[in-house]
Design a protein. Structure first.
Length: 391
């Protein structure tokens, strides 16, 4: 019995403290106005990050996850405040940006992220500065996550404004990223560097997993359009990236849209595919792959070779294990995750000072997305499906 309590206590603690940490950030702004949450706290565990591009950065993906997590927490009012900011961005911006400025939305849409440059003594918008230029892009995966959050709000409230905004985002993806090269699917979206947006010709398996989930969810609503067909289009691409000989997914394709990227390996691709409705049992072999290539003490790293614990990905793994009925493994990971709590309430993104991502690094600073994934795992909430659905 003592061992059971040891497992259950961190799981319950993560759900309680994670829900409260995210909700309290919303409640700290009085009223009922729309807002976006800052994605990171400082390396010290609380307060804004010192790095200017992150000081007020509200990543769209992080905030979408926060919406779904807050709904799972039973905190719909806080979820709707973030959701309304995403809805305004979806309906009123020329395209959904990967990042906006955290805080209250004072106009018709969120502001682009920016910061004060003390050395140059002027305000800098992310789109004008190389260090933050990525933030001005439009990743199809991030568009999908925003739309999934809006659909979760539609599912929770029945209000069509949420579904209509998700539909608008889905239509943008089809109009701007549908691709017939190679195995089809959808390309990466828009890359934006120093005010020069360009089409991202490469394709991401992760993005197409997100889109398959989004389109399948839309197909279950009364939204107009052939969304079941689009869901198959995205899912067929995902299936084409499955390598049966090794038992894992390639990360995506090169810019030719057809040649698979066989290295490096991305943890989230292997995990998120398991959460798709009616995912083939064969795909579960990818869990054996990550257990061989991405495992570290207490959890998983982002890529191989592993160099430290990635809290967000470990939370994703805990949810997948829970979803597949492997509760003991899920609980063990949540025990490890619980040790990454910061003084400000968010979970640290990493256990080590720095770990390797695909093209960048994660640092040991508190992260909204890591906290949201831990909440989803603790509450057994699949973000690809309406609440309560198993298929």
């Amino acid at each position: 019995m003592a061992n059971t309590n040891t497992v259950i206590a961190p799981t319950a603690t993560i759900a309680r403290t994670g829900c409260n940490a995210i909700a309290s950030r919303v409640d700290a702004v009085p009223g009922n106005t729309a807002l976006l949450l800052r994605s990171y706290d400082s390396l010290r565990g609380q307060g804004a990050p010192d790095l200017p591009p992150l000081h007020s950065a509200a990543f769209t993906y992080d905030n979408a996850l926060a919406v779904i997590a807050l709904l799972a927490c039973g905190k719909p009012l806080q979820a709707e405040r973030i959701g309304e900011a995403l809805r305004l961005a979806a309906m009123n911006d020329t395209r959904l940006r990967d990042t906006y400025r955290a805080g209250v939305i004072k106009g018709s849409k969120p502001l682009p992220n920016g910061w004060w440059d003390a050395e140059r003594k002027r305000w800098v918008d992310a789109a004008h500065d190389y260090s933050g230029a990525y933030q001005d892009g439009t990743s199809c995966g991030n568009v999908a996550w925003a739309a999934l959050a809006l659909l979760a709000l539609h599912d929770a409230t029945g209000q069509t404004r949420w579904r209509d905004a998700a539909l608008h985002l889905a239509e943008w993806v089809v109009a701007n990223a549908e691709d017939a090269r190679g195995a089809g699917g959808f390309d990466g979206g828009i890359e934006a560097y120093l005010l020069v947006p360009k089409k991202a010709w490469w394709k991401s398996t992760e993005h197409n997993i997100d889109l398959a989930a989004l389109f399948a969810w839309l197909a279950r609503t009364d939204a107009p359009g052939g969304w079941a067909t689009q869901a198959r289009h995205a899912r067929d691409f995902v299936a084409a990236q499955w390598d049966a000989s090794s038992g894992h997914f390639w990360m995506g394709t090169t810019a030719d849209g057809a040649t698979s990227l066989r290295t490096p390996s991305a943890l989230d691709v292997q995990l998120w595919a398991q959460l798709l409705p009616n995912a083939p049992h064969e795909w579960q072999r990818a869990l054996s792959w990550i257990e061989r290539t991405n495992a570290v003490k207490g959890g998983f790293n982002f890529t191989d070779p592993p160099d430290g614990l990635w809290t967000e990905g470990t939370g994703q793994a805990a949810l997948v294990y829970r979803w597949l009925g492997r509760d003991t493994e899920a609980d063990t990971l949540l025990v490890s995750i619980a040790q990454q709590a910061s003084p400000g309430g968010f979970l640290y993104a990493t256990r080590e000072p720095r770990i390797t991502a695909i093209y960048s690094y994660y640092y040991r600073q508190p992260h909204l997305a890591a906290t949201a994934w831990a909440v989803l795992a603790a509450l057994d909430r699949n973000p690809y499906l309406p609440a309560g659905r198993r298929h």
